[in-house]
Structures are given as C-alpha cells and as structure tokens.
Design a protein. Structure first.
Length: 510
C-alpha cells in the first residue's frame, strides 16, 4: 500500500499492530510522513527509540525539518552497527535518503549495493529502490533499468518494477515499449493504481486529455482518493475542457474544507472559459491573496489579463479601467518571462484582445512578434497590419503592410492591404493615395492566385471614384464598367454611369 501511495489504507491496516510491533510502527510513521503529518510521524517514531527502523524514520523527519547533519549522523550510526548479515540496516538507511530530500544520494547507492552484496541480490524491493536512486544521478537511467529488470527476475513486486520500466521507456520516447510494460504492470497486480497515474501524466504531457482523464478515473478507483489525487482529477477535467465539471469537483473539495490556493486558480480559469467573467475575477483575486508570490506562474497573469479584457468588452462604462488592468497583467507576464521566444505568449495576449475587440492592442502584440523575431511569418506581418486597420490606426497599418511587402514581395495581400489602408485615409478618393497600390495589385501575376470578386470591386470603385473626382470621364468609365462586370447591381457604379449618360443627352428647348 505504501509503495502504491495508498497511505491512508496503510495506516488503517497498521493501526492495530503499531503499538506493539516496531516494524508496523515504522511503516505507520512513514505513511504519516507521506501525508505530510510530520509532527505525528515524529511522535510515532519516538515510541521505539532503540529500533533502527524507527531511528531511520526519525532521520527522515530530520531531513524534512532541514536538519541534515543530525539525520546523516543517525543513519551512519545504523550502518556502522550492522553485523555481517544485517543487510536490512543498509537498505533502511538508504531508503531514508532516497525518499526524502537533503541526504547524499551517493551514500544511499553505496548502502543499497552493500545490502545486495550481503543478500545476494535476492530482494526485489531493494533492487527497485536502488534503481530509483540511480535515476536521481546524472546519466543513471541505464543502471536504473538494469536494477528494475533484475527485480522482475526475482518474481516479487513485479507490478512495481514494470511500472518503473514503463516510465523509463516513456522518458526515452519509446512509447510502444512503455505501453507494453504498463500493461504488464496492470496484469502483474490489477490493484496497482500507479500505471494508471503514470499513463494519465503521460497523456497529459502530450495533450491527449481525454485519455488522461480515462486513466485518472481508473487510478482514483484503485487509490485512496487523496486530496492531491482529486485535485489532479479536477485539473484534468479543466484540461479536457470540461469546465463545468471541473468547477463542481472543486466546489466539492472546498466543501470538505480543502483550502489550497490552487483550487481558486482552477475555478477562475474554468469560469473564464464558460464566460462567467465576474466569477473568474473574484476567484483570481482570492487566488492572489492566498498564493505565495514565488508560486505564481505566467498563466496566472495571462488569465488575469484575459479576464479583464473580457470584462472590458462586456462593460463599456468601465472598459478603460478594465483594459488598463489587462495591460498591467499582460506586461507583467512579459517582464517575468525570461525565454527568448515569446511568440506563443504574445499570441495568447493578442487573442484575448480580439475577444474584447480591442483591435489596436491586437495589432500591437502582433507587432511585438514581428519586432522580436527576424523570421516572423507573412501571417504575423499581415495580422499586425490588419488589426491596426480594424482599429483605424492607419499609420501603423501603413507601416506594417509596407514592411510585409518589403519582406514578402511576392505576397499579393500585402499590396492589396496597402491599397485598402491608403483608400481608408482618402475616403473621398481625392488625393489618389491608393491609386498606384491598387494598380500594382491588379497587375500581380502569381501562379495559383485569383483575386476575390469583392476585393476587385473595392479596387475598381476607388479608381472609378478618383477619376470621377478629377473629371476624367474616360478613365472613370473604364473602372465603372469593371465594377459592373463583377457586381452588375452596384449602386455606386450605376450612379456614375447614369450621371455620364445624362450629360451626353442632347439638350432640347431653349
């Protein structure tokens, strides 16, 4: 049960024995330690002060309390007193280092090897634990695999050993071998929940959240359903986009008195995804009030910005205030992120502002992508300009599409949107700022590229209007006729045509 992480079940089984049996007492204390009941574990281990098991348990408590020197002294005392055939003393002392933090892992490896030397390498549990220890050293994966395979040869604890081997193959990206060994672990002991937990973790890492959820449900059936396990389940509900179910599960945990800050984060994220923005904001604020600053992650700032941006879109009266708060959190995450490539982060921020229709801000973040990345795609340049255009920041749009055309001269959309932007700045078609851009675009000959009829109509109408304004009937009518070819009922073109036809009618009477 302890090997499988079922600490509450282990305590229930040990309780009738622990008062009189030093080994049962030791494992009872270990279960408490794993449940983070450090003071209770210390009291338990103190009941058998002469027992080397419980001395090793007390060393674990000392490591947990950061008293490394006293812990090491206790463990050294245990192995120094070991007689010729007392291999268990080496193993138990090594376990204390291996399964807590603060000890010298090389000491643990040396003691495990000594235990194997004395017992002839016949104890599968020692071999598995030694493999775990090697995994904590640089390049120790090969030696760990050897020890796990040796444990399987002994015919005991096979489910645990197969689980460890599967996890190693998964780390090496040998997924078929990993799955084969996970199946072997399940068959060796159907009550072992660990393969399901490992598979849930593995599927989560590659974004297969439904498969992760399927395995975590099976894990929960076999495990003690600890609070951490249930939080993992709630997290996978969120990642699987089951936002309402995630919130129900979290409320259930909070109803049981679980007050971990992480839960407020999950509620805030889930509420945002279900468009309950006030609830999202409330829980995000609760999260910040309870979570230590050093445990706040970039996604927290991203979601805060997205929440405020969404509120800005739904509350025009307070839109400016909410947008300012969104800017604050988005800039905060950019400052906190030390990675060189921030493209994905900038995209998340741009997407948040799209939802609130803050197009100038969307353009700004696409502009950041272009500025930070010499290899930015034509799409990045395009959206930098397009959202500046939508936000009526025509100077920025002009700059963006000019930069796009310079970087991607064969891309017709850059020229077309140069024309559209210039036309927007010359809505009365008097200066002719878009004339040359539209003509350049209409002359593009690119294999596989066919302009859309609507785009052609925009171009033809602007050119017709420009020449009409400059009393150039011949050119105006040339473009009017082109408009009518793609849009026979276009009222603008018809009105100019009719105007010229009326002018051409012979005058009658006086």
């Amino acid at each position: 049960m302890i090997s499988y992480g079922r600490y509450e079940s282990a305590k229930k089984a040990l309780e009738p024995l622990a008062a009189k049996d030093e080994l049962a007492n030791y494992y009872y204390g270990i279960a408490d330690l794993e449940l983070e009941n450090v003071d209770a574990a210390k009291t338990t281990f103190a009941k058998f002060p002469e027992s080397y098991y419980n001395q090793a348990g007390m060393a674990r408590v000392l490591f947990t309390q950061n008293n490394k020197a006293e812990a090491a002294k206790l463990l050294t005392g245990i192995v120094d007193k070991a007689k010729k055939k007392e291999w268990e003393k080496y193993k138990i002392a090594a376990d204390a280092i291996n399964f807590t933090k603060g000890g010298n892992i090389q000491d643990a490896i040396t003691w495990y090897e000594k235990a194997n030397e004395i017992n002839g390498g016949t104890d599968a549990n020692t071999l598995i634990n030694l493999g775990d220890a090697y995994l904590k050293t640089s390049g120790g994966g090969g030696q760990a695999m050897t020890k796990y395979e040796a444990a399987i040869e002994k015919g005991t604890n096979n489910s645990l050993a197969y689980s460890r081997i599967a996890a190693l193959w998964y780390r090496a990206q040998q997924y078929d071998k990993a799955l084969t060994n996970y199946e072997s672990a399940k068959q060796a002991d159907p009550t072992n929940p660990l393969p399901y937990k490992d598979l849930a973790d593995a599927y989560q890492r590659v974004g297969r959240y439904e498969k992760a959820l399927e395995n975590i449900k099976k894990f929960l059936e076999l495990s003690d359903k600890s609070i951490d396990d249930q939080i993992t389940y709630a997290n996978l509900l969120f990642l699987s986009k089951k936002y309402d179910e995630a919130q129900v599960k979290i409320q259930e945990l909070q109803g049981k008195g679980v007050a971990k800050p992480y839960l407020y984060r999950l509620v805030a994220y889930s509420a945002y995804e279900t468009k309950d923005y006030p609830k999202a904001l409330q829980n995000m604020q609760l999260f910040y009030s309870k979570q230590p600053v050093d445990r706040i992650i970039g996604d927290d700032y991203i979601y805060s910005g997205k929440i405020y941006s969404a509120l800005a879109a739904s509350d025009s009266l307070n839109a400016q205030k909410y947008n300012d708060s969104a800017d604050y959190y988005f800039n905060k995450v950019v400052t906190a992120d030390t990675s060189k490539d921030k493209r994905n982060m900038y995209l998340q921020i741009a997407d948040a502002f799209k939802e609130s229709k803050s197009y100038e801000k969307v353009s700004y973040w696409y502009g950041k992508i272009v500025a930070d990345n010499p290899d930015a795609s034509s799409e990045d340049y395009f959206y930098w300009g397009l959202y500046a255009y939508y936000g009526k920041n025509y100077d920025e749009a002009t700059k963006a599409f000019a930069a796009m055309r310079a970087k991607f001269p064969d891309e017709p959309s850059a020229i077309y949107w140069q024309a559209r932007t210039a036309a927007a700045m010359d809505s009365d078609a008097k200066t002719g700022g878009a004339v040359q851009f539209y003509k350049d675009w209409l002359n593009v000959k690119k294999e596989g590229y066919t302009p859309k009829p609507g785009d052609l109509s925009y171009a033809y109408q602007y050119l017709a209007y420009y020449y009409y304004n400059h009393e150039d009937k011949a050119n105006a009518m040339e473009w009017v006729n082109k408009v009518l070819e793609v849009e026979p009922t276009n009222e603008f073109a018809i009105s100019i045509r009719d105007y010229y036809q009326k002018l051409n009618k012979p005058k009658t009477g006086k």
